[in-house]
Write a protein that binds this ligand. Structure first.
Ligand SMILES: NC(=O)C1=CN([C@@H]2O[C@H](COP(=O)(O)OP(=O)(O)OC[C@H]3O[C@@H](n4cnc5c(N)ncnc54)[C@H](O)[C@@H]3O)[C@@H](O)[C@H]2O)[C@H](O)CC1
Ligand SMILES: [K+]
Length: 218
């Protein structure tokens, strides 16, 4: 099975968008729908989103769950100003749908997150993906601790947040997922036996990237 590094995934993404003309938001929507396919047998969710494209995936997942009349509590770590372009698109769609988005800035907000993670069936981890760089600290570390302590079933989007894509090493702290839905290709870090504690079962899902593009970079 082919495996990819973070840089290879970024190059594949870039080529799709710039040379083939598949907009990033289309890849993000495909990614979100594949995660929803893997979790839609459940009824209640806590979605924890960062401000990069991994977070954007999570916000799109939340939208599809809401449209399916599932109970979905959304928690955003970071400010809308920091959002990537495609994350912001999905954020604005939810605002236009009058969906409540809880922001986690300080300790007080963590109580609400703990309550949701403890009572909903599934926690969706869409904090960091291939863009994680450097140690996870502060509020991000607090959030991951809460997920690991109180979530009964955790699904990580693309990569458990806190796990380094290329090595499978934990950068300070990582989500311990029951399942990881990773996009298009398995990740090099998942070959590290130590990563199994954090990825749980790995499901590789195509997100509509043509094979010839993958073969160009892998
Ligand atoms: N072709 C594909 O595979 C697709 C993947 N998608 C998703 O996009 C992410 C990668 O998105 P990116 O914006 O590059 O990065 P992340 O969202 O993973 O995180 C970046 C985000 O986090 C901040 N950050 C990074 N390190 C730290 C840290 N140590 N502490 C705090 N904050 C940190 C950074 O500033 C950014 O804000 C990929 O994993 C997939 O989920 C696309 O959606 C579809 C195509
Ligand atoms: K993640």
């Amino acid at each position: 099975m082919k495996v990819a590094t973070a840089n290879q995934m970024r190059s594949i993404d870039k080529y799709c968008i710039e040379n083939i003309g598949i907009p990033g938001i289309v890849l993000m929507e495909n990614a979100a729908l594949k995660v929803v396919e893997n979790i839609d047998k459940y009824d209640s969710f806590t979605i924890v989103a960062g401000t990069g494209n991994n977070g954007g995936d999570g916000l799109a997942i939340a939208r599809h769950l809401i449209v399916k009349n599932k109970k979905a509590n959304i928690y955003l770590i970071g400010t809308p100003e920091k959002m990537s372009k495609d994350c912001k698109i999905n954020y604005n769609i939810l605002l236009n749908m009058n969906v409540k988005i809880n922001t986690i800035n300080q300790g007080e907000d963590l109580k609400s997150l703990k309550e949701s993670v403890s009572t909903k069936q599934v926690t969706v981890d869409s904090i960091f993906g291939t863009g994680l760089s450097g140690e996870v600290r502060g509020i991000y570390s607090d959030v991951i601790s809460i997920i690991n302590k109180y979530s009964s079933y955790t699904v990580s989007v693309d990569i458990p947040s806190g796990l380094e894509c290329d090595t499978g090493k934990v950068l300070g702290i990582s989500v311990k997922a029951d399942k990881t839905v990773t996009f298009q290709l398995n990740k090099k870090g998942f070959l590290n036996p130590e990563s199994k504690k954090y990825t749980g079962k790995v499901k590789v899902e195509s997100i509509g990237i043509p094979n010839f593009v993958v073969e160009k970079f892998i």
